[in-house]
Design a protein around this ligand. Sequence first.
Ligand code: HEM
Length: 145
Amino acid sequence: MTSELVVRYFHFLGIFFLVSAMVAQHLLIEAEMSKKQFIKLVRIDAMYGISALIVFLTGMTLWHAVGKPAEFYTGNFLFHIKFTLFIVAAVLSLPATVFYLKNRNFSGSHIQIPKKYLMFLRVQKLIILIIPALAVCMARGVGLN
Ligand code: HEM
């Protein structure tokens, strides 16, 4: 029981940090950014990545190792939609991360952020609004075959 409570706690903590990093990126990101702003964005993106990893690892543990039997989720189509949306959001976050890491020491005073990264961030925000609805349903067996 204790291990499940600990894993759940870190699942939520990971979600809180992930959403905070997403909102911070949303408030900070602009088509043209100063070096100071861009370095802040790169750091926030690192926090976004680490918290997504914590959410994923605790989610996998809740699915396979602690709490309800794995079948409770494996047999639930809402869970699979949740899992797929999470993977889609993670994949959509990668191109921006590569761009940030490649340009973190750029020369000059300002940098242009490709518009597609702003659009990818918007899709990730939409996904983060949907996932909790799927989570509370699947947790109560709604969607179970
Ligand atoms: C941003 C992504 C995610 C969010 C916002 C999220 C949200 C939640 C929420 C709100 C709950 C509690 C549901 C409740 O007790 O009513 C939960 C539980 C859970 N989540 Fe996630 N989750 C995310 C990602 C994941 C991933 C990637 C996995 C699997 C790899 C996962 C697996 C689980 C499992 C197995 C539970 C336990 C459900 C239960 O109590 O039966 N989650 N999640």
